[in-house]
Ligand binder design. Structure first.
Ligand code: UDP
Length: 328
């Protein structure tokens, strides 16, 4: 349980009212830090902020960013605040660059000027682009396929330059498919509009949608549907705490994949959701979705070796926790 008496200091969590951000606040609190959430609540949820103060502000606002560093004197920063819908990034790159790049620059520059000793950045396997080999390790070439992926890569590059030129310690965590929820049901996944496979299939199982569409059944995979590496959001949260601990302990950082290393096809995922829910909801074959890679699976050996991070939860728990959350 949260040990608030063991205060290891304030951690500024930009985007801490969102999905992965709020679960990371829970993990930070359990590790003895005080998560100070900075979020404009455009996609985040105030009720997800349960483990520390919630400062409503925007990372694009340089003065507001300066103020939050002055007021809370964080020893570390974990940065999630970003626009994440790939499809929207193609239609509106300006908003993506303003929030994801300009906002991140504000935070990183201020963290550096304030003497912060650890900056953890929420990045993505979308920075790799089309897989040249799987599982993908961190040396895989990075050629993103969307403005969204490009914005995340821009920030990784700024952090790399800051590590190499200024010894500013940082870690970029490249997530594969974040999924699941807090098993105690306090927080979970809520996006509007929802585009992710697990919540959509769960809503179908709950009768909130007529059914689930398989986007493409002619991929070169074991059953023709796309393969993804689903990683429990609490395993992601633990990785952020590990990464921060390494940086605050004096390491300079780098980039790490966060996945399980195991691939699941969309059909296998649907079967798991049918099993956990006990509902045989309708599933229809449909066209491929633009921009989907056939297989995305992480090589997670670097995170194990250097951060000591190993995921503890598998697909069944992911689906069970997501199912419980959506039924709350
Ligand atoms: N998918 C699907 N039907 C849906 C939503 C997603 O078949 O209604 C597929 C999608 O094409 C992809 C996988 O499920 O292969 C995971 O999609 P999601 O949007 O959850 O994550 P992504 O891998 O795109 O980040």
């Amino acid at each position: 349980m949260a040990n608030i008496h063991q205060n290891k200091g304030n951690i500024l969590v930009a985007g801490g009212a969102g999905y992965v951000g709020s679960h990371t606040c829970l993990a930070l609190a359990e590790a003895g830090y005080t998560p100070v959430v900075f979020d404009n609540l455009s996609n985040g949820h105030k009720e997800f902020v349960q483990w520390g103060p919630c400062i409503v502000g925007d990372i694009r606002d340089e003065l507001a960013v300066k103020q939050v560093f002055q007021d809370w004197k964080p020893v570390g920063v974990v940065h999630f605040a970003a626009l994440i819908e790939v499809g929207i990034s193609v239609k509106d790159p300006v908003s993506f660059y303003e929030t994801n790049v300009k906002g991140a620059i504000n935070l990183i520059s201020e963290a550096y000027r304030s003497g912060v000793k650890g900056f953890v950045f929420s990045s993505t396997c979308a920075t790799y682009g089309a897989p040249e080999y799987v599982p993908m390790d961190e040396k895989h070439p990075q050629f993103p396929l969307s403005p969204y992926g490009n914005t995340k890569l821009c920030v990784e590059k700024y952090l790399t330059d800051m590590r190499e030129c200024c010894e500013f310690p940082s870690i970029a965590l490249r997530y594969f498919n974040a999924a699941g929820a807090d098993p105690e049901g306090r927080i979970g996944e809520r996006h509007d509009p929802e585009t992710h496979a697990i919540p959509i299939a769960i809503e179908a199982a709950m009768g909130l949608r007529p059914g689930f569409s398989l986007f493409g059944t002619d991929y070169d995979t074991r059953d023709g549907t796309c393969v993804r590496d689903y990683i429990h959001v609490l395993d992601l949260a633990d990785a952020h705490v590990c990464a921060l601990g390494r940086l605050l302990g004096g390491e300079l950082g780098g980039a790490y994949n966060l996945g399980t290393g195991t691939g699941t096809t969309v059909k296998e995922l649907v079967e798991m959701i049918r099993k956990i829910s006990g509902e045989a909801f309708p599933v229809a074959e449909s066209e491929r979705r633009d921009g989907d890679s056939s297989v995305l699976v992480a090589d997670r050996s670097k995170a194990k070796k250097e951060l000591g991070w190993v995921p503890k939860r598998g697909l069944e728990q992911i689906v069970q926790d997501a199912w419980n959350w959506h039924n709350k």
